[in-house]
Design a protein around this ligand. Sequence first.
Ligand SMILES: *Cc1c(COP(=O)(O)O)cnc(C)c1O
Length: 355
Amino acid sequence: MSIVKLARPEIQGLRPYKAAVQVSNTIRLNANESPISASMSPFRRPLNRYPEIRPNLLQVELAKRFGCQQDELLITRGSSEAIDLLIRVFCQAGIDNLLTPSPSFEMYNHYAVVQGAQHIQVATSADDDFTVDVDALIDACNDNTKLIFVCSPNNPTGTPLPRKDLVALLKARRDKSAVVVDEAYIEFGTDESAINLFSEFPNLLVLRTLSKALGFAGARCGAVAGPADVIAMLDAVQAPYAMATPVVECVEDALQQDGVARAEAAIENIVAERRRLTTAIASLSFVDKVWPSSANFFLMRVNDAEHVMQHCSDRHILLRNFGDKLPGCIRVTVGSRDENEQLLAALNSLQESLS
Ligand SMILES: *Cc1c(COP(=O)(O)O)cnc(C)c1O
């Protein structure tokens, strides 16, 4: 069964906005564009013209890269936009809800609030290494649970969701909920993408982004992959011309062989640095715990998070804490070798000041 019928009724029948058709070698008097192109433009496509409604070449390349069909992929302004689109498409304000484990990425909650959808959070425990209890997730669902977001590896804990748990969730919620696996950090771990389960589960969607492992956070480019009919529905809601010409061309260039090779070398480096940093930091006296991570960051718990944050910020190093949500916990992004050395120096100086 298609999960299109879980979407908001008015969206199920929505047709995409009719944008001006684009045919090469024609005189374009159909889109109120300027006929004048800035001669200094560094881009291949003229900037006085609207971009393609959807960037076709990028779509082909990213579908190949992620291992799905072209019509199973929608390119978005970062995967953040995909989260927003999914919630707007599936959740009727004041009626439907989405469900996530907690703690997890805060954007799910943000866009739930924007749409007026209830957000059901199922707590995981620090004592249990933030393991997701899939039975608890399933039990927390009700008839109006249209979406379940699972981030794997999870932000901010670094914990991956085991494949057998994902499969159990997909089975239990088949025909009932869209299950969205957010794979923003998948390149830093050892798990395969859930995209290879598409043929078995018509309720599975996957989020990917170029912001993390591929090093293109500034370009704002991500994607949502899933059943073609669901992708068509998201497409109808997304703004026409969503991806700007400079973004499209910069990402096209980045996906050339040497760009990808550079990104892959960077991933290897970050994984090695993650191991080095977590080992060194776990041995510090004021660090109570460092959780294992499959991402480009890790979570640690310290005696006095505010003090550690301040000590680092005085040395121009920014870390992330979570207040009462995760008491004592600090999320550390793995940086370059030099940046990591400066972090270790700062933490070592803090240890000396405490003894
Ligand atoms: C960083 C991140 C994203 C991606 O954000 P973009 O909008 O693609 O930059 C998505 N999900 C999670 C969990 C993230 O941490």
